[in-house]
Structures are given as C-alpha cells and as structure tokens.
Design a protein around this ligand. Structure first.
Ligand SMILES: [Fe+2]
Ligand SMILES: [Fe+2]
Length: 332
C-alpha cells in the first residue's frame, strides 16, 4: 500500500556518517547527486543502509498489515464484480509486501529478522491500518484515499537512489493506480445511490480523511530524518509537500461526487494556488504510531496467527529444498 518514514518525534536523528572513509563517502555522495542508482554491492554509508532497511521494511509491513482491513470484507462484498476487484487488490498488496521484503534483504537483513521485529512491536507500519473498516463504504474510502495517498508517496520513490527499491516501485505504482480508481468508482456509485448509501459514503470519508493526511508522516519541522533522506535522494519531496499535493487533488474529487471533506478550515487559496486546510491531530497520530490505534492489537494478533498457521508450509518447503539438495549431491 504505502509508506513514508514514520519515525518522527522521540526518534534518534539520522545517523551521520562520521567514521567512514571520506574518499568513499565523497564518491558515494557524488553518485547520488548525479542521480545514479546505488546497487546492493556498491559501497554505501552505514547510516544510508540503516535508513533504507528501516524505510523499506516499514513499507513492506504496511503492505502486509494493509491486507487485513480490506480482507475483512472479501466474504461480504455485495456482488461478484466487487468481490473479484477486492480479491485482486488484496492479492496485489501481498505481492507488494513480498517485493519490498526482497528489496530490503539485498541490504543484508533477513526476512525472519524483519518479521520478528514486526511481531514484537519494534518495527512500525503505517498508522492507517490500525483503524477499523466498519462498513462496505470503507472499502471505497480506503482505495480512494489510502491508496491515493500511497501513490503520492510512491511515485517519487520510483526515482529513489537505491536501485532495487526504485525498481520495485515501478510495478507497485501501476497497481496502486488501479486500487485508487476502483475505490473512487465504488465511492462514486455509493454517493449516487440511495440516501442510506450516500450517508454511508459520507461517513466513510469523515472517518478516513484525517488518518489519510497522517499517512504523509509528521510535519516537516518535526521530521528529523527528512533533511538527510532528501540529501541522499531516498526521499524526493517533504511530508508537507506531499500532503498538500494530496489535498489539492482529492478535494475536487470529493466535490465531483457530491461529498464533503470534513474540514471546516478547508478553503481555496487563490494566491498560493492551493487549498488551505486544518491542522491534523498530531497527538492522535503519535498515539497510533506508538501502537494505541483502535485495532492495533487485533492487527498484530492476526499477523501472528497467520505466521503460526503457516509454520507447516515453511517447514515443508525447507524439507523439500533439503531433499532436492541432497539428491543433487548424490547425483554428482
Ligand atoms: Fe494499494
Ligand atoms: Fe500496495
């Protein structure tokens, strides 16, 4: 689905490379400044590696945990067409998680380490998935807003400086674009439906609007990693720039289908050529980052259960691989 670097308040500042060979560091920085991709076997500063492992693994976790709120509705989709769309979308998210775990593994971390960090609560994932999906309209709101915000974050990542991450994003972005469209189309249908359906669509927009704005991460002045990440071209736009872009694109989409964005401070600013909008509730954001989201515990229980239930598959795959390796040795 998405991610930006979630480590805001209270986190250590990006480690700056001090003890590293200045010649190697200068060569690395020159390559990055020249918009060259850095590849797995290239030399890179330790802090760059760490930042990427954190960001890519958070992104992977977000894709995987992001399957849960929507997966919850697959058996209750109102018709075959909607069910097929939702199934395809949730499967795409699983695929995104797997590309991203693979991209992170090229930096020297293992899948097991990343999964363990997620289950033990040490790793973060997007706060948005700790909110519940209460009605069918939430499926529309998620596609439209959450995947819409994801695209805003991920399009610039196609040009991020780490090659495997950038290449994974190319396919991910194509799929996210389908996710956003199906969500908006669902909302459009609901907004043009019965009074009850329209009310449901408006209610979903009311509940998902602010958490969607939180997806861009803390405000720039509270985002200690942004400066270093921009210099290393891991990030190409700041959190606030992306948030503004999202608001400017999404507000007219809401108006076009007769829904109201739940922000009394929202107003077109002629001078800036952009919308002014209200303040995000950052206290809520930090609480959810800390794991206090409405369904955070349920999400981790569901992931842990899926992991435990899958143990026999991993064991069988390992036994099969061992058997094949032994047969190959015997044949040589
Ligand atoms: Fe998506
Ligand atoms: Fe995704």
């Amino acid at each position: 689905m998405y991610t930006t670097d979630l480590s805001g308040k209270g986190k250590a500042k990006a480690e700056t490379a001090t003890a590293e060979d200045p010649a190697l560091l200068a060569a690395f920085e020159a390559r990055v400044a020249n918009d060259e991709f850095i590849e797995p076997k290239d030399w890179m500063p330790e802090a760059y590696r760490k930042t990427l492992v954190r960001q890519i693994s958070q992104h992977a976790h977000s894709e995987i945990v992001g399957m849960l709120p929507e997966g919850n509705w697959i058996t209750r989709a109102p018709n075959l067409r909607r069910k097929a769309i939702l199934l395809a979308k949730v499967q795409d998210e699983g695929g995104h998680g797997l590309y991203l775990y693979s991209a992170a593994e090229t930096l020297g971390t293992s899948r097991d380490e990343m999964i363990e960090a997620l289950h033990s609560g040490r790793a973060k994932y997007s706060t948005i998935f700790n909110y519940p999906t209460l009605t069918w309209a939430d499926i529309g709101a998620i596609g439209w807003l959450v995947d819409g915000a994801a695209i805003m974050n991920q399009v610039p990542l196609q040009r991020t400086s780490y090659g495997p991450y950038a290449r994974a994003m190319v396919r991910v972005c194509k799929e996210e674009s389908f996710h956003q469209r199906q969500g908006y189309e669902l909302m459009m249908a609901m907004a043009a439906g019965t009074t009850g359906q329209k009310r449901m669509a408006q209610d979903a927009l009311n509940r998902w609007w602010w958490p969607s704005l939180m997806m861009f991460g803390p405000p720039d002045d509270k985002s200690p990693n942004t400066e270093q990440s921009m210099r290393w071209r891991i990030k190409r736009d700041t959190n606030d720039e992306l948030r503004q872009k999202f608001v400017d694109i999404t507000v007219p989409q809401a108006e076009a289908i007769g829904l109201t964005v739940p922000d009394p401070a929202l107003k077109w600013n002629e001078e800036r050529g952009a919308y002014d909008f209200g303040e995000v509730d950052w206290e809520e954001f930090y609480a959810v980052v800390k794991g206090e989201g409405p369904v955070a515990k349920e999400r981790m229980q569901a992931r842990q259960k899926a992991w435990d239930d899958g143990a026999w598959v991993r064991e069988a795959a390992r036994a099969h691989a061992d058997k094949r390796a032994a047969a190959k040795i015997a044949a040589e």
